[in-house]
Design a binder for this molecule. Sequence first.
Ligand code: SF4
Length: 441
Amino acid sequence: MVTLSDQFYNSIFEDACSQVRRSSQYVQTESDIKSVVQTLLNKRLTTADPLNVQNVSLLLHLVRNFRDNEIRSMVLESSRILRKRLFGNKVSVMVPVEMSSFCSSNCRFCGWRKDNAEMIRLKLAKDALIKEIKFLAEMGFAHFELSSGDDLNLLRFELPELIASVKKTAQEIIPSARVSICVTPFSEVHYSHLARCGLDTVFTWQETYDRDTYYAHITSGPKAVGLTDDLSLDTHGDGYLFRMKSQENAIRAGLQAGLGVMLGISPHLEADILSSVIHGNALISRYGDSIEPLIIGMPIWNPITTPKTDNLSKNSSIRLEESDFELISAIYLLGFPDRHAWVFPNCRVSKIEQMKSILTAGCFTSTMVRLGPGAYLAELTNADIPSLYTKIAKEKAPLNKQSIMDGEQFTHTFDFHENYLSMFAEGRLEIVPDRHFLLQN
Ligand code: SF4
């Protein structure tokens, strides 16, 4: 099958901006707006098809700009009805496992960017990674996301074997276990190789579809220029375009894909959200029944763990209210065809907001997230902590549990898994392996 064209990818954001401009010219009385919203929502609930792009744009515009509680409640309630119909009371839980905080890219919003001299750098040893996987699988996790900074040696030479070992270890404990990666994008050929090693899913957050904002924030490294087929830096490449093609490359390799924008990075929030909807629906139209549901991530630009080098206050163009998170989750669910999208509320908001978004739209989420390499193990072990790592840099004091926690990629909500389980039980949610929601099960 022919891939989506570069022209399509390069036009996504401009198309989204045009839609947003058209929606902003939509002026009606308040009572008219309510009836328009109700008509859109009623129509969505009587079909398995998504709201079309114009209607997603209009809905986004109305809920964000009119801030009318009744309109917001109508959207949330429709999404809850749909979520219940599609996923019942079930939810699946993933856990990110960081392999390395070394990174050769510079993203201004990230604590692990190459030029952040305040950040400790750690690369976890394979044995330690496998111990973490065993520990987490024994707690009941069935989806393991292997993440890292752009540590090119690890990605080139170690990742295939790590994926295979993690999958084997996890499936010995949880036979339905699945493995994903959230690292730099690869070509279709390389994703095919990783699929043969046991990989199931690829998460690539675009950060923003706005090319200018992308390059204002992502200034150097693989994320700025992309990689060649042999995983060398594509010195004159277009990292923005390469990243946008990651999901399609993964899908063509037989993998499930995740996409999403970082909320708060672009001044054009509505156009960015709409761009993800346009992108995802184009993939679903092109690859139809042969692809697994897209996982729609909702990263938010949060403060980093080294306040002296945090660019958030200087550069953030837009601050979201926490309650926007639930609304955006609802619009994502309504904007994709039934069963073809898993909305993924995460720990970048409070537990309460995460839970509200799960009940409104999400069937895939995370619980006790730690974002430092070895951070789950550091809590358990009395062993010599430095022995967990094969590479350590910028260590300010003898490495201990606190320095590992201080080396997380960004700040986020943390609570223990059992407390999330209690919260889910109170909300009458039943945890199932994410395999349960696959289409080709
Ligand atoms: S977002 Fe990823 S690629 Fe960018 S600096 Fe952070 S770890 Fe590196």
